[in-house]
Design a protein around this ligand. Structure first.
Ligand code: SF4
Length: 468
């Protein structure tokens, strides 16, 4: 999925970040597609635009994918998805959203049929694509995943594993990749491990998921996280690990702050909820404020708000309520309608906040419009003061790894001073977590970061080619 694509309308409407994809795969289970369905269901927060499953049954590939939520795409049981090996994918929208872009992508080449599902974005996909096109390749999608398929197909090596390893030496950027063939399931993670990918087991069947929350739903045992630069081949009920590239761990720090579900674990040590509480505590240590109560912006900021409140011994209250039944997208033509849209998604519990000095904890500020609208809702409900505390550092630089922070022009912190942003959102005070504080809360120490912090620091863990 191409995170470089500007999802401008969506950013303008929501002012929030969006993840690009979630992937799930399983080997050697009689109801493989059914398990993948539940796995994708648990990963739905990573992408709501399309969903797809590919399964292999005695050499025959069965695939179903479409635009929509997992429950919409797989609404009739999809009994054609037989087979004991399967992979699946959920994708977030981009400007070119179409069913042709939905994954898994299935290709036939001289080595047989393969299906691929990827989370991430390659920084050199455009360059590789242009070279291959000059050599006569014809692409059917805009997907980076198809670039990987072409590299495999054009390899001089006949066996898939070697061809895939060769392709991995050419591509750069972020990828958590699942490859399905007639006889095996292969999982690969980029050398920086920018995206999470976990290995689990259900009975005798190995499975992979973008987040461990998917294992909980299917009652799989979490074994470990796939290592940066690792390829895991599952075939003949055996698992084989190959370290394809030197690991340079740089997991996306926004997975902890915003993307991952609170019940997932990304490090093996703590749940995302626990890490977010530490972010809130660290924020309280760095940027305390006297107030009557602390509230979090649902859902991703609730854990940090609890941590902030605990650290300062201020009551944590449910001052904002999320309406879970709002449709995903609709045309919002003017600012009045947009304000109403925020009210549709969020309500203020007036009796809780009225006449109070309130701390509003949020995960990030991207464009500032969402914060502005929530502060306005709180003021309309009669708060005495509202102090905004952001449990991430200011986002100043674009992301090239599959997150839709694609242009500095869209980032309010890159355009205005903190005081100007405070005035813009209408808060009494506005403070952010420091980069050192973020590292300390996630890593538990001040050691050199094992995280990607590029959207805060501009120091990218891979070479960057803004033209792709
Ligand atoms: S640049 Fe930011 S959003 Fe992108 S991978 Fe790095 S930390 Fe995550």
């Amino acid at each position: 999925m191409e995170g470089r694509v500007v999802m401008l309308d969506e950013m303008i409407e929501t002012g929030r970040l969006h993840e690009a994809c979630g992937i799930f795969g399983i080997y050697g289970h009689p109801q493989a597609a059914g398990i993948v369905y539940y796995g994708l269901h648990a990963l739905q927060h990573r992408g709501q635009e399309s969903a797809g499953i590919a399964a292999v049954d005695q050499g025959r590939f069965n695939i179903h994918k479409d635009m929509g939520l997992v429950t919409e795409v797989f609404d009739n049981g999809n009994s054609e998805l037989t087979g004991d090996v399967a992979i699946g994918h959920v994708m977030y929208a981009n400007q070119r959203s179409a069913v042709t872009e939905a994954q898994p992508l299935v290709f036939k080449y001289r080595g047989g049929t393969i299906a691929l599902a990827q989370n991430g974005a390659l920084v050199n996909a455009g360059e590789i694509r242009r070279k291959l096109e000059q050599q006569g390749s014809i692409f059917q999608t805009n997907s980076d995943t198809e670039v990987i398929a072409h590299l495999i197909a054009r390899s001089k090596h006949d066996d898939l594993e070697t061809a895939l390893r060769e392709a991995l030496t050419v591509i750069e950027g972020a990828y958590a990749l699942l490859v399905l063939t007639e006889g095996c399931l292969i999982a690969c993670l980029d050398p920086n491990g920018l995206k999470p990918l976990a290995l689990g087991k259900i009975g005798d069947s190995y499975c992979f998921a973008s987040e461990t929350c998917a294992f909980d739903l299917i009652e799989a045992e979490f074994i470990r996280h796939v290592k940066p630069g690792e390829m895991i081949v599952v075939a003949n009920n055996q698992l084989r690990s190959i370290q394809v590239a030197e690991p340079k761990p740089s997991l996306c720090s926004f997975e902890f702050i915003y993307f991952a579900r609170p019940d997932s674990n990304l490090t093996g040590a703590m749940s995302v909820h626990q890490v977010r509480k530490l972010l809130g505590k660290q924020l309280a240590a760095e940027k305390p404020v006297k107030a009557d109560l602390v509230l979090g912006v649902p859902d991703s900021s609730l854990s940090a708000a609890i941590g902030y409140a605990e650290a300062l011994q201020i009551p944590y209250e449910m001052g904002l309520v999320k309406n879970r039944y709002v449709g995903r997208t609709f045309i919002r033509p003017d600012s009045e309608t947009r304000t109403r849209d925020v009210k549709l998604k969020l309500s203020v519990v007036q009796k809780v906040v009225e006449g109070k000095d309130v701390v509003m904890v949020d995960d990030s500020i991207i464009r500032g419009t969402t914060s502005q609208r929530i502060v306005r809702l709180l003021r309309d409900a009669g708060v005495r003061s509202v102090h905004v505390r952001i449990c991430s550092p200011p986002v100043i630089y674009p992301c090239f790894y599959g997150i839709d922070i694609s242009s500095r022009d869209e980032l309010i912190v890159a355009q205005k001073t903190i005081e100007q942003i405070r005035l813009f959102i209408g808060a009494d005070s506005l403070e952010f977590l420091s980069v050192d504080g973020l590292i300390k809360a996630i890593n538990g120490s001040q050691e050199p970061p094992r995280l990607c912090l590029a959207c805060f620091s501009g120091q990218y863990p891979t070479p960057i080619n803004p033209q792709g």
